[in-house]
Design a protein around this ligand. Structure first.
Ligand code: ADP
Ligand code: MG
Ligand code: MG
Length: 299
């Protein structure tokens, strides 16, 4: 059974971060070791005045990760990193994952550089150089930025398909697989659709056009990266590896995520769907991770 360490947020109530990633990965046969970078009562979509809990301080993170990698020096087939709340945390997770990868080159590190969206940062700017260092290190296998995060990593604004191509090319010097989970509507100019771009080093990028569901969801990116790590891991351990397969694996991840969003929406009341995104409706738009249990295994 493959084993993975997942370092990202934890909420007591609801499904984001490790709560969104763990059950789907377990359904897919993974042993999931969770290292929680924060522990909050619920996700921040409820409004900050309704969130309680704390950030795991970097000394604790350091102890946890160094202890784990000392006790289990070769146990992890996958390393997942998601929301890291500050610079120290990025540094600590980055250095421990890097060391693990150096002595276990076959393990796969998927780094979701969670920094912000649509022009807004949700962590402090000082994480940027840390993430850039990791992106350039040649150690990370897969990254899953949205367009805003991709722009931050490259230090260039992306306003056209050509810009996007050159951003991917420059990051591919150090990262083999890049999935831009959503691009700015401006680039593709196609209202009502999300564009996801999957790119493998030295290959043409694949563009996925996804019908946008008109609701506000949380934890979707975390579900996406978890499923993607599983699919890429299967790709890499299979001996029948091909381009087509990469394309299909990403397609399946997108398809499953869409299905989970539809399940989630089907549980929401009409009133919530009509009011989409407002705080009172948040609880009902939390991903229905458990109810979607039959969807993760792919056909
Ligand atoms: P992030 O939170 O990192 O910005 P994205 O917005 O890029 O994440 O979404 C990640 C993926 O989740 C997208 O590639 C898409 O497949 C799916 N997704 C997210 N929101 C929606 C939505 N409203 N409708 C359809 N798919 C969505
Ligand atoms: Mg987004
Ligand atoms: Mg994301």
């Amino acid at each position: 059974m493959p084993r993975l360490i997942a370092t990202q947020s934890h909420v007591v109530h609801g499904y984001v971060g490790n709560k969104a990633a763990t059950f789907p990965l377990q359904c897919l046969g993974w042993d999931v070791d969770c290292c929680n970078t924060v522990q909050f009562s619920n996700h921040t979509g409820y409004g900050m005045d309704k969130v309680f809990g704390s950030i795991t301080d970097h000394e604790t993170m350091k102890k946890l990760l160094s202890g784990l990698f000392r006790n289990f020096p070769h146990d992890y087939d996958g390393l997942l990193s998601g929301y890291l709340p500050n610079k120290d945390c990025v540094e600590v997770v980055g250095s421990h994952y890097t060391n693990y990868k150096k002595s276990n080159p076959k393990s796969i590190w998927l780094m979701d550089p969670v920094m912000g969206d649509e022009g807004k940062m949700y962590v402090n700017d000082d994480v940027i150089p840390e993430y850039r260092k990791l992106a350039l290190s040649g150690i990370v296998d897969i990254i899953t930025p949205n367009q805003f995060e991709l722009e931050i990593l490259c230090g260039e604004k992306i306003s056209s398909k050509e810009d996007l191509k050159s951003a991917l090319k420059s990051l591919h010097q150090s990262i083999p697989v890049i999935i831009v989970t959503s691009c700015d509507a401006k680039i593709f100019d196609d209202e009502g659709f999300i564009y996801c771009v999957a790119s493998m080093r030295d290959k043409d990028a694949i563009i996925y056009r996804i019908p946008q569901i008109q609701s506000y969801f949380t934890g979707v990116g975390d579900l996406f990266s978890a499923l993607l790590l599983d699919r890429i891991h299967k790709l890499l351990i299979s001996d029948k590896e091909s381009d087509l397969k990469f394309e299909e694996q990403v397609n399946e991840v997108i398809t499953v995520v869409q299905k989970v969003l539809h399940v989630t929406r089907s549980f929401a009341s009409k009133a919530t769907v009509a009011k989409m995104g407002v705080v009172e409706g948040m609880k009902e738009m939390e991903l229905r991770i458990i109810e979607s249990k039959d969807l993760y295994g792919f056909s």
